[in-house]
Every structure is written in structure tokens, then in C-alpha cells.
Design a protein around this ligand. Structure first.
Ligand SMILES: Cc1cc2nc3c(=O)[nH]c(=O)nc-3n(C[C@H](O)[C@H](O)[C@H](O)COP(=O)(O)OP(=O)(O)OC[C@H]3O[C@@H](n4cnc5c(N)ncnc54)[C@H](O)[C@@H]3O)c2cc1C
Ligand SMILES: NC(=O)c1ccc[n+]([C@@H]2O[C@H](COP(=O)([O-])OP(=O)(O)OC[C@H]3O[C@@H](n4cnc5c(N)ncnc54)[C@H](O)[C@@H]3O)[C@@H](O)[C@H]2O)c1
Length: 472
């Protein structure tokens, strides 16, 4: 057994752990990083990167099949599923050096490729090493939740950890779960030529604004994805190539392949948290506002901390704890300015409160400003005119924004800045957007907020008439 002492021990080399290790080591801390599996974690290997790369293949196929409206004859796309998976792997391989052991060793981080487990409140064992650190960060992420549905253990099924390795295109993909994983993969597969059925126990995209979610779901249905809601999968039968899912109400769905996408479970089991006095809740490791666990020397960040589960949240958490770990300064993680996006076509993005949440919190103080993509000239030129932006505003400041439509995930960036800095609608209105861009919808929604105050307003009209009488 080799004993190591360091300033900071990071457990898990995914989005959160890598950000902490990179930041802390480059600022002079002595850092040890443990990784029990692949460098880069879920996002690079089984999550964001492969899913967005597969969606890009699907977009290319869809573009070829739907070009007649632009004066270019439609083609029947010759989508090669295995070649699309080669593209996915190539994208992963291109990004992988950024997350590699070599790069982190270059920063001076000691990288140990082994699973870590606590053996005391201040010591972690990993392979042949026992590491004692002034501060420890748990960034072990999450894994696909596989629910105990009767029969599931008797049939072959995919999760996000296996789907991207599948080389043969499913003839008919059944997907249990209508959250972001289920719907992104539904669209990717229908566009690459599979039949797809989504079996959702409640309401699909339930965490999002219902009006915006409906627009996405209608679009997916129009592309041929069957989406069954209120269909809780309760029994599974069959064998490879012939799988049946029975819903609680007796509906039966038949397909050739099955993807399980019903949420995540946090990776805490193998950490031996009890010996370190680290408590968990139903959603993950228990943390306070500064992401400290019940052991004051130990922090938990990213998916394992049980809050919003996104790569940018793990990265944000890293920044929050670096402040307190390295400089001993107080710092708190907030959520009001955290955006998210689902990368279906059309995309769906949210920051801050949804309309329903804002109504509940702010009641009659809430004003809603809207602008429709059908009034954006660039969206019309690109034939992407379905969508809207809705800003929830209280006393002139946005408290939430929902965007559904072309590039919604890009458009929400501006509103993340606005909410993070508590900016006013007037500051957005003051911005000049280049014409014609989809981004003009952001300025136009601010315009929509001010127009009732300026146009057809008797007070303004009186002032204008008065001034017009006096100016030469
Ligand atoms: C299909 C899919 C698509 C997604 N798409 C998006 C997206 O588009 N945008 C977005 O923001 N988010 C997306 N996410 C979510 C995103 O992947 C996660 O929020 C993010 O990876 C969390 O980062 P993390 O650092 O907490 O965990 P991870 O990135 O999962 O890293 C945890 C690491 O810890 C390691 N580990 C676990 N236990 C131990 C141990 N005991 N010792 C040592 N190492 C250990 C694991 O092997 C892993 O490498 C997606 C997720 C999935 C599944
Ligand atoms: N674009 C992105 O940023 C992105 C993309 C994919 C995943 N993610 C992250 O990964 C997380 C997990 O995604 P997800 O889609 O797996 O989870 P989710 O929790 O968002 O959705 C799972 C869905 O499965 C349904 N469900 C659960 N049990 C069921 C059953 N027995 N039968 C039928 N339906 C059932 C739930 O009602 C829910 O709607 C997301 O919350 C997000 O944090 C992000």
C-alpha cells in the first residue's frame, strides 16, 4: 500500500471532477484525481457528446429527405447506422484528449485509475493507494436507473451506456421514458430510419413548460415517433428482436429493441460513505448551499449531489467549490440562473422560472412577454418558423425565459447572462441585433414587453402631441 498526502483529492474524472482538478492544479494546489472507468465520464463517453453527434447524423438525413421546399429535390436518405456510429466515435475520439490522463498529468495532477472508497473520515483507498487529503471532492456522477419492472431482467435492453455501441439499426426501437434522453434518442432513430415508440408513464418532458413541450411532441409525432403518455411500463416479455412492453392499463407495445431511459441513480454505493460520516438523501449526497457534505472536509458536486443533472451544472459547481477549497472564501451554489436545453428539433430551452412557477411565486406582479418565431424573417427564410419565446418579467426584470424553436439552446445563452446578473428588460431592449438573425427574437421579446407601455398609450400620446407643438 502506498500512502499519499495531498491538498485536494478528487474522486471521479467526469465533467465536474475534471473541472475542479484542472482549476485547482493550475492555481497551485497539489491534486490527486481518481477515475475508476473512462476519463471524461458520462458526458464524453455515454451522454452529451455521443447523443449530440448522433442527432447531427439524424439531422443530415432529415435535411436530405426534406429539401424540396428549398428547391432541391428530396432524396430517400441512405442512412448507414453503423457509419453514423463511426461518426459518433470519431467525435468522442476528437474531444477525448481534452479529458485525457496525459493532459491532466501535464497540469501536475496525479491521476490514479482506480475506484475510490472511504476507509476513514479523511482517508480514501484506491487500488494500491491510501490517500489523505486536506479536502476531498466527490464527483462520481450518476448511472442509468434500471427499474425493477417484471421481466426486464429476462430481455436484452439498452441504456445510454450501451446504445452508442449498437451497430445494427433497430427496426423498431421501444423507448421507456419520455424525458430528454428518451426524446433525443427517439428523434435520432426515427430520422435514421427506425420505427420508434416512446412509452411514458406520466407526461413527456414534464419538467418543461407544457406549451413548449407540446410543440416539440407534436413535431416528433409528425415525424413518425409514436409517443404514448400515461403508459407506465409494468411488464416486459420476449426475446432479442421481439420485445413486448405492457403498460399498467393493459396497452401493449411491440418492437425489436428496447432502450430504458427513466432517469438516473447517483453513484454512491461503492464509496463506503458511512465510514466518513457522509449522509445521503433519496436524490444523492446531502450537501449544503456551499456543496459541503455532512463531513465538513468533503464536498459533493455534479450529478452525485442530487440536484440539476447537467454538464454545465457540474462545471459551475467546480467553480463554486474552488473558491472555498483553495481560498477559504465563502461561496454558495445557486440555481436560479442555470439554463437547460433539450436538443430535439425544435430545441427546447429554459432558464429560471417557467410560467407556472413564476405565477405561483409572483402572482399578479408577473408580466409575460412573447414573441413568435413566425415573425422572425430568418426563421421564415430557413423554414424554421415554428416556435416562440416567452419571458416571465417581474418589475422590469426577467425571472425566467422559455424558448422553443430553432437554436433555442443557443438563444438561451443571452438570458443566462441576464438572469445571472439580475439585468433588466430595458438592457436587452437596448441591444442591437444584426438582421436577419434568429437571435433577433431575444430583442423582439423585450420589445413586446415595452410596446404596450409605448404604443396606444394615452399618456405617451399626450406627451408626443405636446412636444410636437413646441419643437421647431
Ligand atoms: C444520454 C445523455 C445525454 C446527456 N446530454 C446532456 C447534454 O446535452 N447537456 C448536459 O448538460 N448534460 C447532459 N447529460 C448529463 C451529463 O452527462 C451529466 O450531468 C454530467 O456528465 C455529470 O457530470 P459529473 O461530473 O457529475 O459525472 P460524470 O461525468 O458521470 O463523471 C463521474 C465519473 O466518476 C467515475 N466514478 C464513479 N465512481 C467512482 C469511484 N468510486 N472512484 C473513482 N471514480 C468513480 C465515473 O467512472 C465517471 O467517470 C446527458 C446525460 C446522458 C445520460
Ligand atoms: N439535453 C440535455 O441536457 C440532456 C439530455 C439527456 C439527459 N440529460 C440529463 O439526464 C437526466 C436523465 O434523463 P432521463 O430522460 O433519463 O430522465 P427524466 O427523469 O428526465 O425522464 C424519465 C421519464 O421516464 C418516465 N418513467 C419512469 N418510469 C417509467 C416507467 N416504468 N414506464 C414509463 N415511463 C417511466 C418518467 O415519468 C419520466 O418522464 C435528465 O434529467 C438530464 O439531467 C440532459
Amino acid at each position: 500500500m502506498q500512502r499519499i498526502k495531498c491538498d485536494l483529492l478528487v474522486i471521479g474524472a467526469g465533467s465536474g471532477g475534471l473541472s475542479v482538478a484542472a482549476g485547482a492544479s493550475q492555481m497551485g494546489a497539489d491534486v490527486v484525481l481518481l477515475e475508476g472507468h473512462k476519463m471524461g465520464g458520462d458526458c464524453l463517453n455515454y451522454g452529451c457528446v455521443p447523443s449530440k453527434a448522433l442527432l447531427a447524423s439524424a439531422k443530415a438525413a432529415y435535411g436530405a429527405a426534406h429539401s424540396a421546399a428549398f428547391g432541391v429535390a428530396d432524396q430517400v436518405p441512405q442512412a448507414d447506422y453503423a457509419a453514423a456510429k463511426d461518426h459518433v466515435q470519431d467525435v468522442i475520439d476528437t474531444i477525448a484528449p481534452v479529458d485525457s490522463q496525459e493532459r491532466f498529468e501535464g497540469f501536475g495532477v496525479r491521476v490514479i485509475r482506480a475506484l475510490g472508497r472511504f476507509i476513514s473520515p479523511r482517508e480514501v483507498e484506491a487500488g494500491d493507494h491510501v490517500i489523505t487529503a486536506r479536502r476531498i471532492v466527490i464527483a462520481t456522477g450518476s448511472s442509468p436507473l434500471v427499474p425493477p419492472i417484471p421481466g426486464l431482467d429476462q430481455v436484452p435492453y439498452e441504456t445510454n451506456e450501451t446504445l452508442f455501441d449498437l451497430r445494427e439499426r433497430p427496426d423498431h426501437l421501444l423507448i421507456i421514458g419520455g424525458g430528454p434522453i428518451g426524446l433525443e434518442m427517439a428523434q435520432a432513430h426515427v430520422r435514421l430510419g427506425s420505427k420508434v415508440t416512446v412509452i411514458e408513464g406520466d407526461t413527456a418532458l414534464a419538467k418543461d413548460d407544457p406549451e413548449a413541450a407540446t410543440l416539440v411532441l407534436d413535431h416528433l409525432r409528425a415525424e413518425g415517433v409514436e409517443i404514448a403518455e400515461q403508459a407506465l411500463a409494468s411488464e416486459i416479455r420476449g426475446a432479442a428482436g421481439a420485445i413486448e412492453v405492457e403498460a399498467k392499463d393493459g396497452r401493449i407495445f411491440k418492437g425489436t429493441h428496447l432502450l430504458v431511459a427513466v432517469g438516473r441513480k447517483t453513484n454512491t454505493e461503492r464509496l463506503n460513505l458511512d465510514v466518513a460520516g457522509i449522509e445521503t438523501t433519496r436524490s444523492g449526497i446531502k450537501v449544503d448551499d456551499s456543496l459541503r457534505t455532512t463531513n465538513r472536509r468533503v464536498y459533493a458536486i455534479g450529478d452525485v449531489a442530487g440536484g440539476l443533472q447537467f454538464t454545465h451544472v457540474a462545471g459551475y459547481h467546480a467553480g463554486v467549490i474552488i473558491r472555498s477549497v483553495l481560498f477559504g472564501l465563502p461561496s454558495k451554489a445557486k440555481t436560479a440562473h442555470i439554463p437547460w436545453a433539450t436538443y430535439t428539433d425544435p430545441e427546447l430551452a429554459q432558464v429560471g422560472l417557467t410560467e407556472a412557477e413564476a405565477r405561483k411565486k409572483h402572482g399578479s406582479q408577473l408580466e409575460i412577454a412573447r414573441f413568435d418565431f413566425s415573425h422572425n424573417d430568418r426563421a421564415l427564410a430557413e423554414r424554421k418558423a415554428k416556435g416562440f419565446i416567452k419571458a416571465m418579467v417581474v418589475k422590469g426584470r426577467p425571472v425566467g425565459v422559455t424558448i422553443v424553436g430553432h437554436q433555442a439552446g443557443e438563444l438561451i445563452n443571452l438570458w443566462s447572462l441576464v438572469l445571472a446578473n439580475n439585468m433588466k428588460m430595458s438592457q436587452v431592449a437596448a441591444m442591437v441585433s444584426p438582421y436577419p438573425t434568429i437571435g433577433e427574437v431575444n430583442k423582439r421579446v423585450a420589445g413586446a414587453y415595452f410596446s404596450p407601455r409605448l404604443f396606444d398609450n394615452p399618456k405617451v400620446e399626450r406627451v408626443v402631441r405636446f412636444v410636437q407643438r413646441w419643437i421647431p
